[in-house]
Design a protein around this ligand. Structure first.
Ligand SMILES: Cc1ncc(COP(=O)(O)O)c(C=O)c1O
Length: 412
């Protein structure tokens, strides 16, 4: 009789759905926070003492940053950061080959050219060596993505930023709460952009925030995000031409309320993640991201498992994920491919995005070894699964052990 759920057996991790709270989490106080803003009739931040301002201060403080500028989503957070540091038409910005497309599309949206650097397949973080190989006299900035919440190697990247006089923008969409050597991400580089979209560790459905420690960059970002107006000065005086990136007060009210849980959730996910990683390392074939003592806190968007089919009788990653899903573990494959393989980077689809004579890289010919290897092996679990604590980690481990023990059933 079959043992694996995929072949008709019982589900090993059936109880996960009972232990792991549905995401996003809310309670009566969150509901009241939204209703309070609705009843106040102050739905836009253009008032003194706005909710957006309160949220900016709370979030910046938690991330050990001096300033926060709340925006409509994580994509425009990156656009705002790029514009603020002065990235513009024809500049090159180095981005990692494995990330969500917004990391690269934010670059093209400000008229600059995304250049893909390879990643380290053991950490999913941008490779400093590859950054350096891709620097030209047009390079203006690097976007370091703390992919899955795993911080980039600041010890290697920051000296390059300094040496070549570049800007470092941190893409922290996955990394609420992550720390490098005791310092929260977001304002270790010049600016950091967070997403507050529904699947993220802090959310109001949509939303974003930019952090910085620079007085000058904060002031400039505020101006750019408010269509050239100075916050707090009423009326129609616009000092520069720019767009409207503002977050609504309804979202800001909800975010303030959601902030009650962030610290505790980050701690719990960190602990569960460490526990799960240590258990997985003993099974074989399912490696977590490499342990690095400099990462003093791991925020999570994904818990990543690097699947080694060679240790499970060459059962494909896709079949392994299907078997995990059948056991009740909601595993996925991240974004599925290096970014340069997306249709958006095909020659014909780049027409109209960049001028014809710009000599845009032939993205579709790229094959970066670290990115290729990482994407072949990547299996992802959503961050909220870690809120189930050790009990949820034990169920995931049991499901994987069961698949490994009965891997013969997956050979046919
Ligand atoms: C790495 C990364 N950067 C940027 C974004 C963009 O954020 P948003 O969806 O809020 O625009 C995301 C969203 O998933 C992301 O994962």
């Amino acid at each position: 009789m079959a043992k694996l759920a995929l072949k008709g057996g019982s589900r090993e991790a059936e109880n996960l759905r009972k232990i792991v709270p549905p995401w996003p989490i809310y309670d009566g106080e969150d509901e009241r926070a939204v209703v309070e803003v609705v009843r106040s009739r102050r739905w836009c931040r253009l008032y003194a003492g706005s909710k957006a301002e309160v949220f900016e201060e709370m979030f910046a403080e938690y991330h050990q940053a001096k300033y926060g500028v709340a925006v409509a989503n994580g994509t425009v957070a990156l656009e705002l950061a790029l514009k603020t540091v002065g990235v513009g038409i024809g500049d090159e910005v180095i981005v990692p080959a494995v990330t969500f497309i917004a990391t690269a599309s934010a670059v093209s949206e400000v008229g600059a050219i995304p250049i893909f650097a390879d990643i380290d397949p053991e950490t999913a973080a941008i490779s400093a060596k590859s950054i350096e190989e891709n620097i030209t006299d047009k390079t203006k900035a690097v976007i370091g993505v703390h992919y899955a919440g795993y911080p980039i190697n600041f010890d290697e990247v920051l000296p390059l930023i300094k040496k070549y006089n570049l800007f470092l923008i941190e893409d922290c969409a996955h990394a609420h709460g992550s720390e490098w050597r005791g310092r929260k991400v977001g304002a270790i580089g010049h600016m950091g952009g967070f997403s507050l979209q529904e699947s993220k560790s802090l959310t109001a459905g949509e939303g974003g925030i930019v952090l910085t420690n620079s007085d000058e960059l904060a002031e400039k970002a505020r101006l750019i995000h408010n269509i050239g107006r100075v916050l707090g000065k009423p009326g129609y005086m616009h000092y520069i031409l720019s767009s409207n990136y503002r977050l609504s007060e309804i979202q800001a009210g909800l975010l303030i309320s959601q902030m009650r849980r962030l610290k505790e959730q980050v701690e719990l996910k960190h602990e569960t993640g460490e526990y799960l990683a240590s258990k997985l390392r003993k099974i074989g074939g399912v490696e977590p991201l490499k342990k690095d003592e400099r990462i003093t806190k791991r925020g999570y968007y994904y818990f990543v498992i690097r699947y080694r089919s060679e240790e499970l009788q060459n059962v494909s990653r896709e079949k392994f994920v299907a078997a995990l899903n059948a056991e009740g573990v909601p595993a996925g494959v991240g974004y599925g491919m290096p970014l340069y393989r997306q249709p958006a980077f095909k020659r014909e689809n780049l027409k109209g995005v960049f001028p014809e004579d710009w000599g845009i890289p032939k993205y579709e010919n790229l094959s970066l070894p670290g990115a290729e290897e990482y994407c072949r092996r990547e299996v992802t679990l959503p961050h909220q699964i870690l809120l189930g604590g050790k009990e949820s980690a034990d169920l995931i481990v049991a499901a994987i052990e069961k698949i490994k023990e009965n891997v013969d059933e997956l050979l046919s």
